[in-house]
Ligand binder design. Structure first.
Ligand code: KIV
Length: 275
């Protein structure tokens, strides 16, 4: 069944949990989609996972369109959300609408995601008014890593907890149809989820959220540069890949690959005619 913005709304109303995973390419998107995951996020985490940057800051709109379009081609039923990268919406409301439009036209995604709360509510409102659905992202927002001074849990103090609640209400009022809560204490994320009518999608935000998202390369142990405590390994694919690469290396070197049946035959007389 095709997942839409309305599916998200209905799932929250019925108390059904929403599953979301990242993907950045056609083949992975197909696998995620076939597994019945509700939504695929083409996260700007592709900067870390696909492109090898230390953070998401260098990721461009062109990067997002390139990967986002591939994911959309692989996803039949999952709702595809594409991240707006750093500096594609922070500069002005105008830039935000133009870049959200470029991303939607260039990828045919169903929605965009951007980071921030009260301070980007005017961007969320304008993008939504342009008929582009928006997922907000609050709490620990990786594009603000330099302002935060590192990856830190958000909402532990009274001041931060108040700010998180204000941000959540502001993005809902601005028209976001869902909100990602990243690295937020479990009880606070539960409170936010109870107070909002739109679904919350948690990552490192505990079990009180309306849905969960993980970076697929984290949950398959394919990405090892850093590993937050909220990541669970659902499959040791990284280890399987390394072993398969080793087996291939050995088979090439000992001559057991390719086997005769892995090659193409021809009429031997043609070969003789060449001698
Ligand atoms: O870029 C990303 O993958 C994200 C998730 C961590 C929510 O924003």
């Amino acid at each position: 069944m095709k997942n839409t913005v309305a599916t998200f709304r209905a799932m929250k109303e019925k108390g059904e949990k929403i599953s979301m995973l990242t993907a950045y390419d056609y083949s992975t998107a197909k696998l995620v989609d076939q597994a019945g995951i509700n939504s695929i996020l083409v996260g700007d985490s592709l900067g870390n996972v696909m492109l090898g940057y230390g953070d998401t800051i260098p990721v461009t709109v062109e990067d997002m369109i390139h990967h986002g379009a591939a994911v959309v081609r692989g996803a039949s039923n999952a709702l595809v959300v594409v991240d707006m990268p750093f500096m594609s919406y922070q500069t002005s409301v105008y830039d935000a609408v133009v870049n959200a439009g470029r991303i939607m036209k260039g990828t045919r995604c169903a929605a965009v995601k951007l980071e921030g709360g009260v301070e980007v509510a005017d961007r969320i409102k304008a993008i939504t008014q342009a008929s582009i659905p928006v997922v907000a992202h609050i709490g620990m927002t990786p594009q603000s890593i330099n302002a935060f001074g590192g990856f830190k849990v958000q909402g532990k103090s009274m001041e931060q907890a108040r700010k998180l609640l204000e941000d959540a209400k502001a993005v809902e009022a601005a028209g976001a149809f869902a909100v990602t809560l990243e690295c937020v204490p479990t009880p606070l994320a539960r409170l936010v989820s109870e107070q909002l009518s739109i679904p919350t999608i948690g990552i490192g935000a505990g079990d009180g959220c309306d849905g969960q998202v993980l970076v697929y390369a984290d949950m398959l142990a394919m990405f090892s540069d850093f590993r937050p405590k909220f990541v669970r390994t659902f499959g040791n694919v990284g280890e399987m890949m390394t072993q398969a690469f080793k087996d291939y290396d050995a088979a090439v070197k000992d001559g057991s690959f390719p086997a005769p049946e892995e090659g193409y035959k021809m009429d031997e007389s043609i070969l003789e005619g060449l001698e």
